[in-house]
Design a binder for this molecule. Structure first.
Ligand SMILES: Nc1ncnc2c1ncn2[C@@H]1O[C@H](COP(=O)(O)OP(=O)(O)OP(=O)(O)O)[C@@H](O)[C@H]1O
Ligand SMILES: [Mg+2]
Length: 327
């Protein structure tokens, strides 16, 4: 069953198309992720689906409810973990949860009953009466996650749930997300610009860039689509022309990229052919300086679709406005 369905979802801000005709669906029980760099349109999509923003065009249903005409029903069905921390710093963990529950119309007793279990879930037991301002970033995130789950929503939207956390805290947050999904049956829609996070957590991933959905599939299928097998990176010294030709023609390997001194090829079971590679280097007068064999990552998938790495963001932010105007 599809718990989220969007059709041609589009959002324009003063001529800038932040979300550009996006259509997809999320299955009930899934951890679904949007992977994309800064400004890709991830938060804007979440804001539309959570009824915080109206789309310029297009429609969507969330838990079967229309985001334009059944906003109250949508809101009751969902929990939200925003990109920025949304907690009352001067209030304690318990008070934050009570405040949230009351906003959702829960009875005070029901909230109080749920608090100990929820705080235990995210290892914050014993801290219920501490003010949130004394919490670390990771503790705040964990509190936000259980807060979003307090009113037992069907779906939780999490906008970059681990951005800014250290690796260990990220792991802990991942465990909690998995727990909510597996044990509590909550559908999770998350956004991230971390490849490893998308790979580890998500059942399916939508790759987003400049407001467009470039592909949507399981992490495995996404990686397989760009060519089965391993990626081999070769650093070398010497005139590479004959070397590259031989590697391509002689071994039938697929050359992915070729710059002076560097060659990337895709090969099935590359380890079996490394001796051959060394021989070709010798025969064509090239010295191999470095060699690495690895499985493709989602970063390779992103590069395949966009021609650049997801982390190349500084330059991108500058060119973004220009590119949008040219389109
Ligand atoms: N309220 C707004 N008014 C004008 N432009 C906006 C507004 N909100 C977002 N944008 C623009 O829309 C584009 C998409 O922004 P969005 O916040 O959805 O990206 P994102 O994928 O969440 O990025 P990040 O990873 O940085 O959070 C950006 O170019 C942004 O500047
Ligand atoms: Mg965002």
């Amino acid at each position: 069953m599809d718990i989220i369905v969007t059709r041609d979802l589009t959002k324009e801000f003063n001529g800038l198309t932040a979300v550009d005709g996006v259509s997809f669906s999320v299955k009930k029980g899934e951890i679904f992720g949007f992977l994309g760099p800064n400004g890709a349109g991830k938060s804007t999509t979440i804001n539309i689906l959570t009824t915080l923003l109206l789309p310029t065009r297009g429609t969507a249903t969330v838990n079967g409810y229309d985001i334009l005409t059944q906003q109250d029903d949508v809101r009751r069905s969902i929990g939200i973990v925003s990109q920025d921390v949304v907690l009352e710093n001067e209030l304690t963990a318990r008070e934050n949860l009570i405040l949230h529950g009351e906003v959702y119309g829960m009875a005070r007793r029901e909230i109080e009953e749920r608090i100990p279990r929820l705080l235990k879930l995210v290892e914050l037991e014993g801290r219920e009466d501490s003010r949130v301002k004394t919490f670390s970033g990771g503790m705040k995130r964990r509190l936000e996650i259980v807060k979003s789950f307090l009113h037992k929503p069907e779906i939780i939207f999490m906008d970059e749930p681990t951005t800014g956390l250290d690796p260990q805290s990220r792991r802990v947050v991942w465990d909690h997300i998995n727990y909510l999904n597996k044990e509590e049956g909550v559908t999770i829609f998350l956004t991230t610009h971390y490849m490893d996070e998308a790979d580890y957590l998500c059942h399916r991933i939508g790759i987003m860039d400049f407001g467009r959905l470039l592909d949507l599939d399981t992490p495995e299928n996404l990686k397989n689509k760009i060519g089965a097998g391993d990626l081999v990176d070769i650093g070398f010294t010497g005139d590479g022309e004959a070397f590259v030709r031989e590697v391509q023609e002689g071994c039938g390997w697929e050359v992915r990229s070729h710059e002076p001194g560097h060659l990337r090829i895709a090969a099935n079971r590359a380890e079996l052919s490394l001796m051959k590679l060394v021989r070709i280097a010798e025969e064509t007068g090239v010295t191999i300086d470095s060699l690495s064999v690895r499985e493709p990552t989602l970063e390779d998938v992103f590069i395949h679709y966009t021609g650049r790495a997801i982390r190349e963001q500084a330059a991108e932010n500058v060119t973004r406005a220009v590119l949008r105007r040219l389109r």
